[in-house]
Design a protein around this ligand. Structure first.
Ligand SMILES: Cc1cc2nc3c(=O)[nH]c(=O)nc-3n(C[C@H](O)[C@H](O)[C@H](O)COP(=O)(O)OP(=O)(O)OC[C@H]3O[C@@H](n4cnc5c(N)ncnc54)[C@H](O)[C@@H]3O)c2cc1C
Length: 454
């Protein structure tokens, strides 16, 4: 097994690749992160405009998974950690021409409190009665199936359309009819197996230990600070890796700008599709498996307004637009309400999300056209007529892995195939989770395997 004695080539300088490099650097292992973009971070990018801290990609990480906070602490950045502003934690759903508040006590699509659901105009009486009857469902699970099948089976079509789809679309940019419940909502599948009823399971789990405080955290001055801190501790070359080959006697060589660089180990830390061309000569079955992981594209547009001119509705942390009712806008975050201290008092920032499965074409629109589309939709939904004073756009083609039905088995095969090639390691959002903590975990695990510190 190749150890850390040789050089380690890391393909991709997103959070996955940088996390791997960080541990290699700490262990004194020779390494280079190759990143083809002009800056490290992948989809994590923070820009500052008009004094506003604007996230172009992720804006926070979930605290139930410890890896992000642990890394932040190791890097000495913990003083800058803030939680989401849960005092204003209201989310709205666009339904039949108005923004309807998401009832309190709903966990994804599972109601945990009767009154807010009963009073909410978001769901009709048939759905509410169905939610009540779900409580009496018996244990047993038909196993993996699509999220759409799972949700409609428990709570009906309206719950899928107005709760599960918009909430999941914000995370995966995916189609619930294709996403795997086992990979996307594993906890709910376990609950179904044990209790039958998700309502009963969630009520039973209430009060059991979990991290206290806000569900989401971030760095006040942006997640870009995490990238800066990692990048300053590792060796990065702003170059594209063009091919990887195995070398007789063990190890690899990577072609970078026409030159071949020897490597004892290679960590592939880009999207699965980016490894397909690189590995052609290494392992055809692995190439096929990696190529079968689908990705969706997304785009964020942050619109900056003068507070004094803002005449739209204030909608808590923001709103989601269910696919049923969507033209182009999928979601909108009121950044200053969600994270205190990121936006000056005299500015209001609306961060608009576009794209996802079914609308990759939005990435081809010009900046000017995108602003027009967003303004038209915001006017219709919130009454906002003011013009933004500035904006920032970020396009993320094929960036979000889609865990479609059968994903867990596919990943098992990928992992087994990769393990049969000594020195080859896979990290990134294609495998066991797309969130920042998951990506950090895969990167650090790859490094640990190399330095043998497991
Ligand atoms: C708009 C958006 C919002 C999100 N929001 C959240 C959120 O709020 N919370 C959360 O936890 N997660 C969120 N995510 C998901 C999460 O941010 C990503 O899954 C994660 O950051 C991916 O990191 P990565 O390093 O695996 O991949 P990437 O960030 O995609 O980085 C991979 C890098 O590899 C480089 N690369 C690829 N091939 C080569 C090559 N041959 N040579 C050199 N370089 C190469 C690419 O240029 C890229 O920079 C969001 C994602 C997006 C797109």
């Amino acid at each position: 097994m190749p150890g850390a004695s040789g050089h380690v080539v890391i393909v991709g300088g997103g959070i996955s690749g940088l996390s791997a490099a960080y541990d290699l650097a700490r262990a004194g292992a020779s390494h280079t992160v190759f990143e083809k973009r002009s800056r490290p971070g992948g989809v994590i990018e923070t820009r500052v405009n008009q004094g506003c801290v604007l996230e172009c990609g992720p804006d926070s990480f979930i605290t139930q998974k410890p890896e992000a906070l642990a890394l932040i602490k190791e890097l000495g950045l913990d003083a800058g950690v803030i939680g989401s502003n849960d005092r204003e934690r209201r989310t709205y759903i666009w339904k039949h021409g108005r923004l309807v508040r998401l009832p309190e006590g709903v966990m994804m699509m599972v109601p945990t409190r009767a009154m807010p659901i009963l009073k909410s105009p978001l769901l009709g009486w048939r759905t509410k009665i169905r939610m009540g009857l779900e409580y009496f469902r018996r244990p047993g699970s038909p196993g993996d199936r699509s999220v759409a099948e799972f949700v409609t089976d428990h709570f009906g079509q309206e719950t899928l359309d107005y709760l599960a789809e918009p909430l999941l679309s914000g995370i995966y940019g995916g189609d619930p009819a294709r996403l795997s419940v086992q990979s996307v909502l594993p906890r709910f599948l376990q609950m179904e197996e044990k209790y039958g009823s998700l309502v009963r399971a969630v009520l039973a789990a209430r009060g059991t230990a979990g991290p206290s405080g806000p569900l989401f955290r971030t760095l006040q001055s942006g997640l870009g600070k995490l990238i800066d801190a990692l990048a300053s501790r590792v060796k990065i070359a702003q170059k594209e890796v063009e091919a990887i080959e195995r070398v007789a006697g063990g190890g690899f060589r990577a072609r970078v700008a026409g030159d071949w660089i020897p490597a004892s180990n290679v960590i592939l830390a880009g999207p699965a599709w980016s490894a397909v061309d690189l590995l052609r000569s290494v392992d055809a079955p692995l190439v096929d498996l990696l190529g079968s992981v689908e990705y969706s594209s997304s785009l964020t547009l942050s619109l900056i307004y003068r507070s004094a001119e803002f005449d739209g509705m204030h909608a808590g942390h923001g709103f989601l637009v269910p696919k049923q009712e969507r033209e182009r806008l999928a979601a909108c975050t009121y950044v200053g309400a969600k994270f205190l201290g990121r936006i000056p008092d005299d500015r209001i920032v609306l961060r608009c999300f576009f794209g996802g499965a079914g609308d990759a074409a939005i990435l081809n629109e010009s900046d000017e056209a995108l602003v027009v589309i967003a303004r038209q939709e915001l006017r219709r939904m919130t009454g906002l007529t003011a013009a933004p004073v500035s904006y920032e756009i970020a396009r993320w083609p094929r960036s979000m892995a889609q865990y479609t039905v059968g994903h867990a088995k596919r990943v098992e095969e990928i992992r087994a195939r990769a393990a049969s090639i000594p020195g080859l390691h896979l990290a990134g959002n294609a495998y066991e989770g797309i969130g920042i903590p998951d990506c950090i975990r895969t990167g650090r695990a790859a490094a640990r395997r190399i330095i043998g510190d497991s």
